[in-house]
Design a protein around this ligand. Sequence first.
Ligand code: NDP
Length: 295
Amino acid sequence: MSHQTITLNNGLALPSIGLGVLLSEGNDATAAVTSALQTGYRLIDTAAGYFNEREVGRGILESGVERSQIFLTTKLWMTDYGFDNTLRAFDTSIAKLGVDYLDLYMLHWPWPANWTQTIAAYKAAEHLLAEGRVRAIGVANFKPEHLTALMREAEIVPAVNQVELHPNFQQPDQIAAHKALGITTQAWSPIGGVYGWAGENGAVPPLQNETIRGIATAHGKTPAQVILRWHLQNGRSAIPKSVTPARIAENLDVYDFELTEADLAAIDGLDTGRRGAIDPDDATPEVIDLTIDAA
Ligand code: NDP
């Protein structure tokens, strides 16, 4: 079974499929958001570090879909960690997006070398939650040990952890850690887009994998739809990125078929255990050097 929404640990309904907008720029980002919302998407995933919050906000407006119908996520960049910095960065993000609240606010990466500030950022997110300015708070790229360290100091369990997850990199231990804490897993690069922007890493990208292509043919669906369905049947949310209207529609058209146990097992068997992107422990602001502009 898979559902169009997933109930978070605070009772909020998270649409299981959303639109990702990493590397969607300018009018392409606006058009992708408008197209997605008009096609029926209700979850949009951006970040201060994607430099398109203004364009995403414009896309929401142009779609004609009411703000209250949309689940909007943005993420806090590491250089804005710390309590006061986080509150300021939140104000900047919502001003760029043109909204007055967020559905989900995430810390974009753990920053172990600056853990005090990481915790202070999370506490600011808890404060925003208490004030009703965000409806849920979460993290991204937190490995199990980061979650354990976070929960020693936090009051609120993150509703979501967004991590690299696709057939080539399935992270069973990470998922087990989420289950133990009641955190919803959200897959980034859910169809393996990471190989497009981080290099192929010697791996066959999931969309080209013969096993997945065979399953797709058997169901009369596309490889992307099969992979997204695999995420859904595993109880995860996924946020495929596209700026191509036909693909945006294709990626949401995943609720009318069911993968068999054998299909699921075959995809489970594709795990290489190797990330396509950087290890979160290495993702410092020095390595990913971004400057977030003011609103
Ligand atoms: P995806 O796995 O979503 O793949 C996106 C790529 O696949 C694009 O090149 C897109 O091309 C192409 N594509 C999309 N749909 C199809 C389809 N149906 N058939 C064939 N090709 C398709 O990769 P991303 O890395 O973008 O991850 C998705 C989202 O996850 C990001 O946009 C972002 O929101 C989030 N993310 C979060 C991170 C974090 O640190 N928290 C890190 C990385 C991503 P085109 O656009 O040209 O159609």
